[in-house]
Design a binder for this molecule. Structure first.
Ligand SMILES: Nc1ncnc2c1ncn2[C@@H]1O[C@H](COP(=O)(O)OP(=O)(O)O)[C@@H](O)[C@H]1O
Ligand SMILES: Nc1ccn([C@@H]2O[C@H](COP(=O)(O)O)[C@@H](O)[C@H]2O)c(=O)n1
Length: 498
């Protein structure tokens, strides 16, 4: 049996199982496991040993339609096996058939998608550039059934990826894109094999009819390959004959990428971060000055015998005290006001102060951060509140599942709240998300009731301009139990009574 026949047989099985619902291109994935479906994904400890952001490594994978570009890209992602890899499919950047004018009198099968003009290059370049800079990036979603982008399905990627893989038929065509690529790959698959795969895929996944697929292939796909895509093989650094079956070539690429990442000192391990911070003296970490009141509240909170009612009452008191302390970190300017006492002719000048920042909002890191919202609203009038839900994945890396930010601009100030901070992972990711939303690092104030020293150190090292405020700084964190020692017990459980 030929390879082609074997592929067709494998596909026949898939035909029975797949439905038209799976018509669109694979979504971007940003982790080594592509099964997870998250609102967005996170980012690594994104800096090198000098504390500076490292560039992400960008790989372009080109080749004819159905040559195996996506399959090869996924194998590369699996092989490099690090979190925070983004697979960006150029298929999402087809302009599509939007207006009647686009269609003309011709049927959809007479629209030429296989020439570079069918791609929205401006948006494509902007997207790659934003990903490279680690900015929050909205990636469009294209439907091959409806021949247009589906706004409601676009996905937002946050943070600086370690590696970005871009796959698409014209990836090695445009000079501006070529300049952004660190590695250029061309998947070179026999044209008969490509046609057979495309037939199966378009019938099963893209809602097409056999005569239309053959007509489109003959009229546009083949000539487009010969004219625009095939010649870009000359721009490639590496050519992979036979696509994903070519394990030797794929392994060589994986080894090369790993070496490049090592050379760029991309750090993804928390242990490495902690070892780097051991000599670090945090100048942006502020612990509430201890007095009798604060010590007494801490004593009550630490005591596991304290009732839930009391725990909530005293935790909220400590929150208000912490926020009052934190508000001092906002910029204030001198103002002069004139007082006119009722019983006197003399006016009195008073030298006062007024908040001089432009806008302030509060953002809680869910779930526990939500407990601090009420206290913040008690001390800051009419403040707008946003939320971030960050949870660790199976590798212990924080992932962003939900993000609502009420206002964000370079000038706004933000109070980020989480009652307890142990490793600092979630807080660091939250800060990263705020930076991606254009908040300035120096305008972020992180407020917590209890921090483990290692977490506070790590955040301070990564973000030296953020003001980090905690009511309590405890010396130890036990990674096995996930407890801060001595700590408050499980804050969420004690507060929510769970
Ligand atoms: N070596 C292979 N053997 C069998 N099927 C393959 C092979 N490579 C790719 N395919 C299948 O062919 C289709 C197109 O592959 P894909 O990787 O999506 O190509 P491209 O991204 O170049 O369009 C998919 O259905 C994929 O599962
Ligand atoms: N509405 C559209 C848009 C594009 N195509 C075809 O997709 C091919 C590229 O995608 P691959 O995943 O195969 O690389 C390209 O050859 C276009 O003909 C389409 O059929 N309909």
């Amino acid at each position: 049996m030929s390879r082609l026949q074997a592929e067709l047989m494998m596909k026949t099985n898939i035909v029975r199982r797949k439905s038209l619902a799976q018509n669109s291109i694979p979504p971007i994935i940003s982790s080594t496991t592509e099964r997870k479906e998250l609102y967005t994904k996170g980012k690594p400890l994104w800096f090198n040993i000098d504390g500076e952001a490292s560039d992400c490594y960008v790989i372009g994978v080109a080749g004819g339609s159905a040559s195996g570009k996506t399959s090869v890209s996924r194998q590369i992602i699996e092989g490099i096996n690090i979190p925070y890899v983004v697979l960006l499919s150029m298929d999402n950047f087809f302009k599509g058939v939007v207006t009647e004018e686009d269609k003309g009198d011709a049927a959809i099968g007479d629209y030429n998608f296989d020439c570079p003009d069918a791609i929205d290059w401006e948006l494509f370049l902007e997207t790659i550039n934003r990903l490279k800079q680690g900015k929050a990036t909205k990636v469009p979603h294209y439907s091959f059934v409806e021949h247009r982008r589906i706004e409601s399905k676009c996905e937002t990627v946050y943070g600086l990826a370690s590696v970005v893989l871009i796959d698409g038929i014209f990836t090695l065509h445009n000079t501006e894109v070529l300049q952004l690529l660190d590695m250029k790959v061309f998947v070179n698959t026999d044209s008969d094999v490509r046609l057979a795969r495309r037939l199966m895929r378009d019938l099963t996944e893209r809602g097409r009819q056999l005569p239309d697929v053959l007509h489109q292939y003959d009229k546009f796909v083949k000539p487009g390959y010969d004219k625009y895509i095939g010649p870009t093989i000359l721009n490639a650094d590496v050519v992979i004959p036979r696509g994903r079956e070519n394990k030797v070539a794929i392994n060589l690429i994986i080894q090369h990428i790993k070496r490049q990442l090592e050379a760029r000192h991309i750090k993804t391990s928390y242990d490495e971060l902690i070892s780097m911070t051991s000599a670090h003296k945090p100048s942006n970490l502020f612990v509430l000055p201890e007095n009798n009141q604060i010590k007494a509240i801490q004593t009550l909170l630490r005591n596991l015998e304290t009732t839930r009612d009391d725990f909530i009452f005293y935790a909220e008191r400590l929150m208000r005290l912490s926020f009052e302390y934190a508000l001092n970190f906002l910029p204030h300017r001198e103002v002069e006001i004139t007082l006119e006492p009722r019983d006197s002719q003399d006016k009195i000048q008073y030298h006062g102060k007024r908040f001089s920042g432009q806008g302030l909002c509060g953002i809680s890191i869910l779930r526990a951060g939500e407990t601090m919202e009420k206290a913040l609203m008690k001390v800051t009038k009419d403040i707008r509140i946003g939320k971030l839900l960050i949870q660790n994945d199976e590798f212990g890396s924080p992932c962003l599942h939900y993000c609502r930010i009420p206002q964000s601009s370079r000038k706004n100030f933000v109070i980020l709240m989480d009652p307890t901070i142990s490793t600092g992972h979630a807080a660091m990711m939250a800060i990263r998300v705020l930076l991606d939303h254009d908040f300035q690092e120096e305008n972020i104030i992180l407020v917590s009731l209890l921090m483990a020293n290692c977490g506070a150190q790590a955040i301070s090292y990564a973000f030296p301009k953020v003001s980090i405020i905690t009511a309590t700084l405890d010396p130890e964190y036990d990674a096995e139990s996930g407890r801060i020692i001595p700590g408050f017990g499980n804050f969420g459980d004690r507060y929510f009574g769970t």
